[in-house]
Design a protein around this ligand. Structure first.
Ligand code: ATP
Ligand code: MG
Length: 790
């Protein structure tokens, strides 16, 4: 060992030490979460350089997310005096980008090639399909886009795809045309970055030799999530049997990208093809306290498909895992906000507080709670709610209602959904606008022919919508807009449109919440202006507005801001300024997928409800369920000191209230490691719910209730006698079938379930029942035999 390397290796346990200092060759470290895989990998990089075995330019390290790559560089710079900037350490996409920037000519790209994100790529697919006159009903663009990405991830160009039937031949034809268009325009999508790099290495012997010679060491983190192309790519840089050293670390229990083609099998292939002599296992967890780790171990033990390994810690049990049940997603977010604030006040940096959720759509409520409380937050991986394409489209329509001369909004939706307004027409319109100095909206008359007629139809639609929504509440305005604009129908027709529609539903919820918070009651909006004495009076009696949105009449003109305008300002502010500035201490929001590899002192896992987590799409088959469980394992193991798990009795999704059953994953955790903050299994209409509602009506929120309980040194809640169901949860259809929402029932085929929704009367009565393993099902009560079990 070279002098000075001792300090690098200090503190490693014997297995870690052995892994860091393995001789060159192929190595595989297979170990559970928080066992130090990334630390070993990073330390090995430092050790290789410090001992002079490799120069900084001679190694490449790959990881999965930008945040993880940053983290690795950060840890490295703490260990080594080497400037880490020039190192080839990054994500697969980042490294490929770098490679192609260096070899753009050989790769057949313009020097300044642009990268298409997923949304850009989809619209490129649509343009191609339009030009080819492909029927969007038969070939759903999103599906085509997935097809293309999947082919690329599999290393297949159009000519390589096996297409036997007319349908797939057409897909391949579109794939080819899409490629041609991207090439013409000098753009590449994400999958193309990888494939292009792979092909260039494969086809260019000189380049291949250069890089194989250059990178003597290649290190891959999170190896369990590599897909076929990434593994093939790796083999280009370091073929099996070559003198290069490949160091891979992974955890089969954290494989969470099978749905995108990740192959856990790559680990076995790697072991075999590279003739790995000894797989090193690390079994001690350094990240989390005992209760957190016990929970993770107990959960993952429910999976059958495992390579098998366990984790232990010497850290002691630590605090119990806190579990809370909320009455609504809104209440859950408020509770979370209160807890986060308390944590922060007692010294936890905000950046050490992470809020994890299964689906992106869940972030909106949490963002809103943090935003309103002025708490800085940052959202990783996935766009923030108001920046998502479908939400931006919807907002653009709303903006046009307020101001038809907003050209940006005009351009965004003039042909979205498609209305036969092509690029040429837009060009003519833009020219006309520029020549006369008027807005696009004002210039539509200047365009003749079919394009002009279609433009007029569009402005007609906007005018009509404005007319129709006059005097309506904000919620009604948005619903009208979603309907009239064709947005919802458009996404309904898309195979992958469900999440978008979900987000549009969230927009309605956001508006609703905004109205409640700002005090725009239905009455206030509906007041005819003349009755109240003209402009300026609408704001009378409204509670003081928050600083962000000013609702008072303009002092000079007396103009009042309509709820719509106020909401749009609010949306623009939330989209733009509230995201924490770089370097600012901010609460971390992300999906579980993007939390992989990261760690935080305090972690909230929210929305632990059946059909949400585990996700409904994955509940029907066992592989899907096991992947969801691995995802939950990833989530739990992010926490160092404190872990919160929460679920909500009701949740607004698709603009509709859903009644939830708590996630089965909660039942798979060891009782002794948990502490329920709310009465266990209290169910609907519990005292907790009532207490919460009262606290909320007083404007104090749950935190103060819980807090009060804590201060007094006794449990926050004692389970009260059963309460009647809140009116909203009662069966409106009359009790002829004797069922109520929340009731446990038995079905001869599906087994036990819980009634989620009841609809209709007499022979039309329907129930939506969550059957756990079988998922939620709608049943006609005249036919289905449901027996109450409680
Ligand atoms: P994941 O599977 O989640 O990616 P991991 O196996 O990569 O986890 P690391 O992130 O490398 O684990 O390590 C988890 C935590 O444990 C880190 O904070 C790391 O610094 C710490 N750690 C690892 N090994 C040791 C050790 N020998 N002594 C003290 N702390 C350690
Ligand atoms: Mg790691």
């Amino acid at each position: 060992e070279a002098p000075g390397t001792g300090s690098l290796l200090k503190g490693l346990n014997p297995e870690q030490h052995a892994a860091v200092t393995l001789p060159s060759g192929a190595s595989l470290i297979l170990a559970g979460a928080g066992s130090g895989k990334t630390r070993v990998l990073t330390t090995r990089i430092a050790w290789l350089m410090a001992t002079g075995q490799v120069s900084p330019g001679g190694l490449m390290a790959v990881t999965f997310t930008n945040k993880a790559a940053k983290e690795m560089l950060h840890r490295l710079s703490a260990m080594l005096p080497v400037p880490v900037r020039g190192l080839w350490i990054g994500t697969f996409h980042g490294l490929c980008n770098r490679f192609l920037r260096a070899h753009w000519k050989l790769a057949g790209l313009p020097q300044s090639f642009q990268i298409l994100d997923t949304a850009d790529s989809l619209s490129a697919v649509k343009r191609v399909m339009k030009a080819m006159n492909v029927d969007e009903e038969r070939f759903v663009p999103k599906q085509v886009s997935w097809f293309i990405a999947a082919r690329k991830d599999n290393g297949e160009r159009p000519k390589d795809v096996d297409a036997h039937d007319p349908q797939s031949r057409k897909m391949v034809e579109i794939y080819q045309a899409y490629e041609d268009q991207c090439q013409r325009e000098g753009v590449v999508d994400f999958a193309e970055l990888m494939l292009r790099t792979y092909e260039l290495m494969r086809d260019n012997a000189a380049l291949r030799e250069h890089y194989q010679h250059r990178f003597a060491h290649i290190l891959v983190d999170e190896f369990q999530d590599t897909n076929r192309l990434q593994y093939a790519w790796l083999k280009m840089f370091a073929p099996p049997g070559s003198p290069q050293s490949v160091f891979a670390v992974g955890d089969d229990d954290q494989s969470i990208y099978a749905f995108r083609g990740a192959q856990v099998g790559n680990m076995a292939d790697f072991e075999r093809e590279y003739r790995v002599k000894q797989v090193i296992k690390l079994e001690r967890n350094y990240r989390s306290f005992g209760n957190i780790l016990d929970s993770a171990n107990a959960l993952i033990a429910h999976n059958a498909k495992r390579l098998g390994k366990n984790l232990s810690t010497e850290a002691g049990p630590g605090e119990p895992v806190r579990v809370a049940e909320a009455t609504s997603d809104y209440a859950e977010a408020q509770w979370l906000l209160d807890e986060a604030q308390q944590l922060h006040r007692s010294g936890t940096p905000r950046s050490e507080i992470a809020v994890l959720y299964r689906s992106n759509a869940q972030s909106r409520v949490v963002e809103s709670a943090l935003f309103n409380a002025g708490v800085p937050y940052r959202v990783y991986g996935g766009l923030r709610f108001f920046e998502r394409a479908e939400v931006k489209h919807a907002l653009a329509y709303l903006r046009l209602l307020e101001n038809p001369n907003d050209d940006t909004s005009f351009l965004r939706v003039v042909n979205f959904p498609t209305r036969g307004i092509g690029a040429r027409t837009i060009e003519l319109l833009t020219d006309a606008g520029r020549a006369s100095g008027r807005s696009l909206y004002q210039s539509v008359g200047a365009v003749v022919g079919k394009g002009g007629a279609n433009l007029l139809a569009f402005t007609g639609l906007i005018d009509q919508l404005r007319e129709r929504t006059r005097g309506l509440t904000l919620r009604e305005i948005i619903e009208q807009m979603l309907d009239t604009s064709g947005l919802v129908d458009f996404y309904k027709a898309e195979k992958e449109g469900a999440e978008r529609i979900e987000n549009l539903g969230e927009l309605v919820n956001a508006a609703e919440a905004f109205v409640t918070q700002e005090g725009f009651g239905k009455d206030a909006v509906a007041l005819p202006v003349d009755e109240t004495g003209g402009p300026g009076t609408l704001a009378v009696g409204l509670p003081p507005a928050p600083a962000a949105v000013d609702l008072t009449p303009d002092a000079e003109t007396g103009e009042i801001v309509s709820p719509l305008a106020a909401f749009l300002t609010h949306a623009a502010l939330e989209a733009g300024d509230n995201q924490a500035q770089a370097g600012q201490d901010a609460v971390q929001l992300m999906t579980v997928h993007s939390a992989k590899g990261l760690e935080f002192d305090c972690v909230f896992i929210t929305g632990l409800e059946e059909a949400l987590f585990p996700h409904e799409n994955a509940m029907s088959d066992n592989d899907g369920l096991e992947e969801e469980r691995r995802l939950m394992y990833v989530a739990i193991t992010r926490a160092r000191k404190r872990l919160y798990l929460s679920f909500s009795q009701t949740r607004l999704l698709h603009g509709q209230t859903r009644y939830n059953v708590k996630s089965r994953f909660l039942d798979e955790l060891p009782e002794g490691a948990l502490k329920w903050l709310t009465p266990r299994n209290a169910g609907f209409g519990s005292g907790y719910a009532k207490e919460y509602q009262q606290a909320w009506q007083r404007g104090t929120g749950l935190g103060s209730v819980v807090g009060a309980g804590r201060v007094a040194g006794r449990p926050a809640y004692t389970a009260p006698p059963a309460q009647p169901l809140p009116a909203a949860m009662q069966n409106k259809a009359g009790a002829s079938h004797g069922l109520r929402v929340g009731q446990a029932v038995f079905h001869t085929k599906f087994g036990e379930g819980v009634v989620l929704t009841l609809e209709g009367n007499g022979p039309d009565a329907r129930a939506q029942v969550n059957f756990g393993r079988h998922g939620a099902k709608w049943l006609a009560l005249a036919i289905a035999k449901l027996t109450p079990v409680d």
